[in-house]
Design a protein around this ligand. Structure first.
Ligand SMILES: NC(=O)c1ccc[n+]([C@@H]2O[C@H](COP(=O)([O-])OP(=O)(O)OC[C@H]3O[C@@H](n4cnc5c(N)ncnc54)[C@H](OP(=O)(O)O)[C@@H]3O)[C@@H](O)[C@H]2O)c1
Length: 333
């Protein structure tokens, strides 16, 4: 068997993440201990929250040290098992990290069904955490109704693109917000949003007004800062804002002053933050809906896939810089 290629943390970035913050290493093949399972990863998920994990680790608030394998969600095949619940060939979701092989405690793994004609990568996207997150925001938190006008920020991203497609399927008018003409074009043409507004355009606020002539009923918020501020001013009375992420605040330690926060009061808005791991009892229901919609062809495959673990740092930096669309993945096999 091959040695185990790994990507480890070389240093914790102070500000912007660079490829030099990581280093490649060859390690011995891990040996599963009693209760552990040896998994060969096929796909690694790259996500914005990893940037926050690195910042937290630097401050001692997350258990990751320099020299450790970078953490991450993976889908792979069992190649040896010392847990009776798993056998060779099982396909599993786990936290294998940025490496080809991982020995993981069986209790951390979740078996998944291979999809007919579908890629295993869907288990890290539409049928994984991005799908569940989008479902929680749209169905459980915002309780989107047919005819609502929904605005979704980072609409070309992993979670946002799924929220947009789900909302369109449920009969909403969908307005995306994304960075640049090419992404906005893709959000309307490929995801079927009714409109998409470029938040980098100097006249962003006016473009948002033009795209939401009857106001906004529901917001699926991934960015915060100026993007949310402009949207607050478009809200209809009793609107709902599902706060999923605040990417516009992650890189900067500076506070952001909202000009339109008063809309929360004068339009009686309901602003609700939610986190996937606080809603585990709802995951089963979410996955049943997502699987039914997936099988019915509601979602387009929408992925940026980089081949080869050695390119994971580049792919991660590139995702944080806004290059790429949909779910960002590294294919390892
Ligand atoms: N609440 C939860 O439980 C939960 C679970 C998963 C994810 N999240 C959050 O959900 C959000 C979306 O996650 P994701 O995995 O789908 O990521 P994503 O949207 O695929 O992230 C990449 C995209 O974010 C956009 N972006 C990056 N920095 C930005 C900034 N400063 N301002 C505006 N846009 C920026 C870029 O798109 P543009 O080119 O369009 O700028 C980039 O392509 C994140 O905030 C994440 O932390 C929350």
């Amino acid at each position: 068997m091959n040695a185990n290629l790994q990507v480890c943390v070389r240093r914790f970035p102070r500000d912007v993440v660079g490829v030099d913050d990581f280093e490649l290493r060859e390690a011995a093949m891990p040996e599963p201990a009693e209760g552990e399972v040896l998994v060969q990863s096929h796909f690694l998920s790259l996500d914005p929250y990893m940037r926050k994990r690195l910042a937290d680790a630097r401050e001692g608030r997350y258990p990751l040290s320099t020299g450790d394998v970078m953490m991450g969600r993976t889908v792979g095949s069992v190649i040896a098992s010392r847990d009776p619940a798993f056998k060779t060939g099982d396909v599993v979701l786990g936290w294998g990290g940025w490496q080809r092989y991982a020995a993981e405690p069986g209790q951390n793994l979740q078996k998944v069904e291979p999809l007919e004609g579908g890629s295993l990568s869907a288990h890290l996207g539409v049928l994984g955490r991005p799908g569940i997150t989008a479902w929680l925001g749209i169905v459980s938190v915002a309780q989107l109704r047919e005819g609502d006008c929904l605005v979704v920020s980072s609409a070309a991203g992993a979670v946002g693109s799924l929220a947009a497609q789900m909302a369109r399927h449920l009969g909403a008018r969908v307005v995306g917000i994304a960075g640049g003409d090419a992404k906005c074009d893709a959000v309307t043409r490929q995801l079927g949003a009714h409109a998409c507004v470029d938040y980098k355009a100097p006249d962003f606020a006016q473009r948002l007004i033009d795209a939401t002539p009857d106001g906004v009923d529901v917001v699926f918020e991934n960015v915060g800062a100026g993007v949310l501020d402009a949207t607050l001013d478009r809200m209809n009375p009793n609107g709902r804002i599902a706060v999923c992420g605040l990417m516009g605040h992650y890189h900067s330690g500076e506070p952001y002053a909202f000009r339109h926060f008063a809309r929360v009061l004068d339009r009686a808005l309901k602003v609700t933050g939610f986190r996937i791991d606080d809603n585990i009892p709802l995951h089963g229901r979410a996955l049943r809906d997502l699987r039914a919609w997936f099988d019915a062809g509601v979602f387009r495959p929408w992925e940026t896939v980089t081949h080869g673990l050695e390119h994971a740092p580049d792919a991660f930096v590139s995702m944080l810089q806004g290059r790429g669309q949909g779910k960002t993945l590294v294919q390892l096999t």
